[in-house]
Design a protein around this ligand. Structure first.
Ligand SMILES: Cc1cc2nc3c(=O)[nH]c(=O)nc-3n(C[C@H](O)[C@H](O)[C@H](O)COP(=O)(O)OP(=O)(O)OC[C@H]3O[C@@H](n4cnc5c(N)ncnc54)[C@H](O)[C@@H]3O)c2cc1C
Length: 480
């Protein structure tokens, strides 16, 4: 990593003052003049240069906006250019509360705008107006001129920026059109519009095929149980969430899903999706010749960094996405990238990584904005954290909730049984590197980051012999 991060040093000052031409006088805000200030703020942006522009109105944009506001640098200075029609929201909700059956109080906007996911303020579209932040909705950026520091949007707007933060996230990987990837009834979930389309499909559907055994597939299949859909989950790997779960943990999840009516086809590859006489998807054909009927199909096979028009900013060839240093600076002075799209130095494990999880989206946004706006010089030292929650709707057989911190390398030691709780500890060269806990209590979950961060040397024999999760956590805690 030393060489990778060294090559990224481009001599940019951490504080990126803008050339005078790009500066605007801060808007005066006074109590009682709210509506005057709002209309002035909106008008002030018309055909003018923007001091700070964020491209992408998703999770990280919402958290970055909050940091700009906290530093008094949003009002009249910050513009967010968004492809979506909504103010930034907590995207993980889309395959959780959003998919609850309609009679089980599903989550809907404005309920889950950022930053509610971390206990912060709910930043509705009105919040952005009040804070003097210019929001351009449904107008994706289509090109950038790095020399002139301008962006062009789909509608033809030309935006001059001082500093630019690329926060474009990922796009869902799709099946090619020639194998039926675009048929009506075939769904991908990345945004609210996708989730709405899925819900209208489910209102009529009886048979659902979920393609992919990762966390999106697992969350969608769990939601489909609540909708009483005849659900089959198909994936090419041997077990669920192969990138993280051990085979035995995956087996316990699989049994739980099966007990709730979900069918599994593992190690299976899709040949194509077939359309019925009405043109709508009607079945999924596998390479082995078998066929599964479906009136809705959800594809959850991963995502790709949305580098869109920003390739020239500098991509990472191994993990994809836009290469940044530990202050989220790209190789172009004044241009930054955060969230899913950023390939950054993961200091703890001495490697370059891209992390497609919301905790990193939030933290990278805050870190980057602080680096731009203050004299902050400390580097981003991220501890990977992933979580998922399934079967959490009212009346579900049981809520399942896991959290993982660290790195899943080395020997995996599993302790406990699925009922009531289970933990997996990854130990490499005697050191605890990663820990996953299912159905822990708040105190237990709080311990996990401390463990993964400090990587204590653990007695693996003792750990293997622990008779309960509580005992195992006690053993590893004592090694801290
Ligand atoms: C359905 C779903 C469930 C998830 N569940 C979990 C979970 O349980 N736990 C977890 O840790 N993580 C989860 N994630 C991942 C998490 O949501 C992402 O890591 C996070 O949203 C990343 O934030 P971001 O700002 O980088 O990207 P996003 O939130 O994806 O925002 C990117 C925004 O940029 C817009 N955009 C793209 N290109 C352009 C352009 N050219 N111009 C303008 N705008 C553009 C996009 O439309 C989008 O609005 C989930 C993701 C999805 C899709």
């Amino acid at each position: 990593m030393a060489s990778a991060s060294a090559s990224l040093k481009h001599g940019l000052s951490l504080w990126c003052p803008e050339p005078p031409a790009l500066r605007r006088a801060p808007q005066r805000s006074s109590i009682g003049l709210g509506s005057f200030r709002r209309s002035y703020a909106a008008a002030a942006f018309d055909n003018e240069n923007r001091e700070f522009v964020i491209v992408g109105g998703g999770n990280s944009a919402g958290y970055a906006a909050r940091t700009f506001v906290e530093h008094g640098m949003a009002d009249g200075r910050l513009c967010i250019v968004s492809k979506e029609a909504h103010a930034p929201y907590e995207r993980p909700a889309l395959t959780k509360g959003y998919l609850f059956p309609l009679d089980k109080k599903p989550a809907r906007l404005p309920g889950f705008h950022t930053c509610v996911g971390s206990g912060g303020e709910r930043q509705t579209a009105e919040w952005y107006k009040e804070k003097g932040i210019e929001m351009l909705y449904e107008d994706p950026v289509t090109s950038i001129d790095i020399d002139k520091q301008t962006l062009t949007t789909d509608s033809g707007k030309l935006l001059k920026y001082g500093s630019l933060i690329i926060a474009t996230g990922c796009t869902a990987s799709r099946f090619p059109e020639k194998i039926g990837g675009n048929l009506p009834g075939v769904h991908y979930i990345r945004d609210v519009a996708d989730a709405n389309s899925l819900i209208s499909s489910w209102e009529k559907a009886k048979k659902l095929v979920v393609v992919g055994g990762g966390y999106i597939g697992m969350e969608v299949a769990a939601a489909a149980v609540a909708w009483k859909l005849d659900t089959t989950i198909i994936f090419p790997e041997n077990h669920l969430l192969q990138r993280l779960f051990t085979p035995s943990l995956a087996q316990r999840y699989e049994e739980f899903y099966k007990d709730n009516g979900v069918k599994f086809m593992k190690g299976a590859s899709i040949k194509h999706l077939e359309a019925g006489s009405d043109g709508h998807v009607c079945s999924v054909k596998l390479e082995d010749g078998s066929m599964i009927e479906a009136d809705a199909v959800v594809i959850g096979i991963g995502a790709k960094p949305a580098v869109g028009p920003f390739e020239r900013v500098g991509l990472n060839s191994s993990v994809g996405g836009i290469q940044v240093d530990s202050q989220f600076r790209t190789k172009i002075p004044g241009i930054f990238a955060i969230g899913d799209v950023a390939a950054f130095p993961l200091k703890m494990y001495d490697r370059i990584a891209r992390v497609e999880h919301v905790d990193h989206a939030r933290r990278s946004a805050q870190h980057c904005a602080k680096s731009i706006l203050t004299a902050q010089t400390h580097i981003y030292d991220y501890l990977p954290y992933f979580y998922s929650r399934v079967f959490e709707y009212e009346g579900s057989p049981r809520k399942l909730w896991w959290q993982f911190f660290g790195d899943n390398v080395g020997e995996a030691i599993e302790v406990g049984s699925f009922d009531p709780k289970i933990a997996t500890f990854w130990v490499d060269s005697g050191k605890l590197k990663g820990v996953l806990l299912e159905s822990g209590n708040p105190e237990e979950f709080q311990l996990l980051p401390k463990l993964a961060r400090s990587q204590p040397t653990v007695d693996t024999t003792k750990l293997r012999n622990a008779s309960s999760v509580e005992e195992a956590l006690e053993i590893v805690q004592q090694s801290l």
